[in-house]
Write a protein that binds this ligand. Structure first.
Ligand code: IMP
Ligand code: MG
Length: 179
């Protein structure tokens, strides 16, 4: 897989440091609360595992799967709910864990869904923030790293379901997806 990567942006050590930094902040900000941590499948699976181990709180862990990419390298405007949350979040503080916020459309979709269901508060902790890609006005509350407008893979992020198990985040070589 390493041969398909043009440049490593965030290695295991820097991702771990980001998890420690954000984990401390989340632990402080939610002191005394028991939030629902909502991990967005599949991309946030490693980020969820690493970040949550740095959070010293009682939490409920839930998963949601929304799809916007449909296998390509560009977001589509149509968001679909693939797998719904397993419990009622009415009256709960919800912390969404995302791998990356790009156009912001999937995040907006989830925030609207949670608000409609009566969440008490909704915050977002994303590993990566691709601010240049934004199409809707939305910001993440906790950001691991800002990332430039390139297609990246690894550490959960995929291209056609590949590279999710790469231990770092890197830019995928153009020739891998442009042929
Ligand atoms: P958004 O709705 O455009 O913000 O897209 C968010 C979702 O698209 C993320 O949760 C990722 O699954 C996927 N995505 C966005 N940018 C990238 C990328 O550079 N590489 C891989 N997946 C991405
Ligand atoms: Mg995702």
């Amino acid at each position: 897989m390493d041969n398909d990567i043009q440049e490593v942006l965030f290695d295991q050590t820097s991702i771990h440091d980001a998890a420690v930094r954000l984990g401390k902040q989340i632990t402080q900000d939610y002191a005394g609360e028991r939030p629902v941590v909502l991990s967005v499948l599949k991309g946030a699976y490693l980020w969820t595992a690493d970040l949550l181990r740095e959070v010293d709180l009682y939490v409920d862990l839930e998963f949601i799967n929304v799809s916007s990419y449909h296998g390509g390298v560009k977001s589509t405007d149509e968001i679909t709910l693939v797998t719904d949350i397993g419990s009622d979040i009415k009256g709960r503080h919800v912390l969404i864990l995302e791998d990356i916020v790009d156009t912001g459309q999937s995040l907006l979709f989830m925030k609207e869904l949670l608000a409609k269901r009566g969440a008490k508060s909704i915050s977002v902790a994303t590993l990566l923030d691709k601010k240049e890609g934004r199409k809707v006005d939305i910001t993440a509350d906790y950001v691991g790293f800002d990332v430039r407008n390139e297609f990246v893979v690894g550490y959960g992020l995929d291209y056609k379901e590949m590279y999710r198990n790469l231990p770092y985040v890197g830019i995928l070589k153009k020739e891998v997806y442009s042929d």
